[in-house]
Design a protein around this ligand. Structure first.
Ligand code: PLP
Length: 463
């Protein structure tokens, strides 16, 4: 993979084409790229990322999407169906998470569902005379909170985790002061798949009279079913009186299409802080419920259709397989003396090497990469995680992984002392080569188009 991955396969577009191309031609190219790019997830070697992987489910959602892909949710008079979908998505999620009332918004994804509550809690603080607001969050909390705090000028106070990799509540207590507007916690952390002690944080939030957001972006739509399936999932939702908002992503374990998440609030008063209004704009009274302006009705329709078509039973059946696969995976890792699992995970299993072995976990990953596995690299401590999704629940995946893991540990032993090519990178890739290509793209997006071949002009490769 380079800066322009398809330069060898398709002509590179360097300027706006004068003439359109036949649709069939474009579709063929799209289908070729999609088929090649989707291939790795089909046999279950990808951690996270593809949550459903059920082609029939995707085909159904895409059909639903097609009916409203062009519809703008902002035009509520034209598309009242979007209001219906949104309201019912919120009602279903509120029911799942035991909210006292169905109060929420549908957002574009986890990041927006974490940034909005920060704005809300800043405004909540301002209404109470807090001018320099801070929030206290675990070091394991998702960086979208950092992004939100940066955008909204909120001080972040990072609390360490215990040796069980969940937040140290005593540290949170010490960090919170009179300017703390909210505590932040996670149900299903990205690094280790764990649930922070939300019961204790809820009690602290009640005691201090402040807010508590639970990031269930990753875990919400899977952990919610765990309790009924008999897994030891601690209560993390609105049943805890201090929890004032929860995010849960329909585009992850909600099995919707990419681009949707649900953000629930305990009260309409809190949600109101999120709404934005410009009453006297020459373009007319402007109102919007969150950060986005126009949004596709198709995405919301697809999230609704995913929930309606699966129902509780459908989600529970998939969740049961995911929990069972994660337990088997965990047992396989526990069976390797050089490895240890971090904390007590149920669906997203993080592991590293034991201190005694002295092995580099990224050398372990290097071999796994050559066998087609795409795990996620972590740091502090260096570790890998395997976030189990539906494609990983196929027969034989855990057995293949266990066999490759044994070989991978042998590889790390043989290569001991040499630098690994994989590392701790969030999204973007697994190896340093993939990441540096991605970084270069961010640093200078113009490099994403390779220089024109010698002697050609800008139109040389136009279709
Ligand atoms: C725990 C958690 N919160 C938030 C997010 C951010 O979600 P998104 O990538 O949809 O913005 C993620 C993404 O993986 C996550 O794992």
């Amino acid at each position: 993979m380079g800066l322009y991955p398809y330069a060898d396969t398709y002509p590179v577009t360097r300027a706006f084409p004068q003439h359109g191309r036949p649709r069939a031609d474009i579709l063929r190219e799209i289908e070729e790229m999609a088929a090649a790019e989707d291939a790795p997830y089909h046999d279950g070697r990808i951690s996270g990322s593809i949550y459903s992987g059920d082609e029939e489910h995707y085909a159904f959602l895409n059909e639903v999407f097609g009916h409203f892909s062009h519809a703008n949710v902002l035009q509520r008079d034209m598309y009242p169906s979007a209001t219906r979908f949104e309201g019912e998505i919120i009602a279903m999620t509120a029911d799942m998470l035991h909210a006292p009332e169905p109060i929420g918004v549908v957002t574009s994804g986890g990041t927006e569902s974490l940034m909005n509550p920060l704005l809300v809690y800043r405004e909540w603080g301002r209404a109470r005379g807090i001018e320099r607001p801070n929030v206290v969050l675990p070091v394991t909390a998702h960086p979208a909170f950092h992004k939100g705090a940066h955008y909204f000028d909120i001080e972040l106070r990072l609390a360490p985790v215990t040796d069980r990799f969940v937040v140290d509540v005593a540290a949170v207590r010490d960090l919170a002061d009179a300017n703390t507007v909210a505590l932040l916690a996670t149900a299903g952390t990205y690094p280790h798949g764990l649930v922070d002690p939300i019961g204790e944080l809820s009690a602290l939030a009640v005691e201090r009279g402040i807010n508590l957001h639970v990031d269930g972006c990753l875990g919400g739509f899977i952990l919610a079913w765990g309790e009924d399936l008999g897994y030891p999932v601690p209560v993390f939702d609105f049943r805890l009186p201090g929890v004032t908002s929860i995010s849960a992503d329909t585009h992850k374990y909600g099995f919707g299409l990419k681009g949707s998440s649900v953000l629930l609030y305990r009260s309409a008063e809190l949600r109101r802080h999120q709404y934005f209004v410009v009453p006297d704009w020459p373009g007319g009274l402007y109102t919007s419920p969150g950060m986005s302006g126009s949004r596709s009705g198709g995405i919301i329709a697809a999230a609704w259709a995913a929930m309606m078509s699966l129902g509780r039973e459908g989600y529970m059946a998939i969740a049961e397989r995911i929990f069972a696969t994660a337990a088997a995976l965990r047992a396989a890792i526990d069976g390797v003396p050089e490895l240890r699992v971090l904390g007590d995970p149920l669906f997203n299993v993080a592991f590293t090497t034991t201190d005694d072995s002295g092995l580099d976990i990224f050398l372990v990953n290097d071999l796994l990469v050559t066998r087609g596995w795409r795990l996620n690299g972590l740091q502090r401590p260096n570790a890998l995680h395997f976030c189990v999704t539906r494609p990983n629940t196929q027969a034989g995946v855990v057995e293949r992984f266990a066999a490759d893991l044994t070989d991978a540990v042998a590889h790390a032993r043989e290569q001991h002392g040499t630098p690994a090519t994989s590392g701790a990178f969030y999204a973007g890739g697994v190896t340093t080569e993939q990441i540096s290509a991605g970084m270069a793209w961010w640093l200078d997006a113009t490099q994403a188009v390779p220089p024109a071949p010698h002697g050609s002009d800008a139109t040389a490769a136009m279709h």
